[in-house]
Design a protein around this ligand. Structure first.
Ligand SMILES: Nc1nc2c(ncn2[C@@H]2O[C@H](COP(=O)(O)OP(=O)(O)O)[C@@H](O)[C@H]2O)c(=O)[nH]1
Ligand SMILES: [Mg+2]
Length: 254
């Protein structure tokens, strides 16, 4: 029987999420999971960091990492991951603060982590989907996934989702400091590195609901950077493949 994972970290990066953070964390706490919430706030001008501190005072299972300014989604995830690893957590989950990744899916993600090394809360498996998303937003997500599948050979249906769980061994196997992508391309690069290391990836269907409160931080620059990342990793992949065998394609190793 699979080992029960006893201690989980839930990392929530925040930038101007004052309308969401308290509601979200209170809802997570109510679930009564054996988990510790780590909020990574980048000195949000709207005071999210102060609200996060109040949550940490109210709940022992909540802590906050404060960073000096908007340093990006990728490094926020990494900061949370390092804290979770240092704290001895068995599994590390990541989710957005805006309820697009609803806490109701957390138990399912944790259950799936008993069978897979990495799990994704996925829009693009049977039973998954999106709600209240605009056509351009849907097209962007579909396009980014298509690009990541074709160029990087990523197997997961939803390679750009930030709703994930990793077993601690997975994160220990990846040189987090060497990940150069920040922002949204970080999510693609992480998945690429997990797949290359041979870790198993499972997907749990979720309905991704576009945020009802606060504003999205995704920008045109971020989208461009994500495309550049896929091209860079695609080049790395081709170089690895041609170096490993001139005759036949070889399965990618760690
Ligand atoms: N700490 C931190 N959090 C960020 C940053 N950029 C975005 N976020 C958070 O990351 C999550 C995803 O961002 P969001 O704007 O919802 O992106 P979208 O869902 O793709 O539109 C949210 O919880 C944001 O508050 C950042 O630079 N630093
Ligand atoms: Mg969002």
């Amino acid at each position: 029987m699979a080992r029960r994972l006893s201690r989980h970290a839930i990392i929530i990066p925040t930038y101007n999420e004052k309308e969401n953070i308290v509601l979200l964390v209170e809802e997570i706490v109510k679930l009564g999971l054996d988990s510790h919430v780590i909020i990574v706030d980048d000195n949000s001008p709207d005071g999210t960091g102060r609200l996060a501190d109040e949550l940490a005072t109210r709940h022992v299972g909540v802590s906050v990492i404060h960073r000096a300014g908007k340093l990006g989604l990728g490094t926020a995830h990494i900061a949370g991951m390092k804290t979770a690893l240092n704290g001895g957590m068995d599994s590390i989950l990541t989710m957005d603060a805006d309820f697009s990744h609803h806490p109701r899916y957390l138990p399912g993600l944790l259950a799936a982590l008993e069978h897979f090394d990495v799990v994704i809360g996925s829009r693009y498996v049977p039973g998954g989907g999106t709600r209240y998303c605009t056509a351009p937003r849907k097209a962007l997500s579909r396009g980014a996934n298509l690009f990541a599948h074709t160029v990087l050979g990523l197997g997961a249906g939803d390679a750009t989702a930030g709703f994930r769980g990793y077993r601690r061994q997975v994160l220990e196997s990846i040189a987090l400091d060497q990940i150069v992508s920040n922002g949204y391309s970080f999510l693609i690069e992480m998945l690429y590195r997990c797949q290359r290391r041979g870790w198993s990836v499972g997907e749990v269907p979720i309905i991704f609901e576009n945020r009802q409160r606060g504003a999205s931080k995704i920008s045109k620059t971020e989208i461009l950077r994500a495309m550049q990342t896929v091209v860079r990793l695609g080049g790395e992949r081709i170089r690895r493949q041609s170096a490993s065998s001139p005759v036949a394609p070889v399965k990618e190793g760690p």
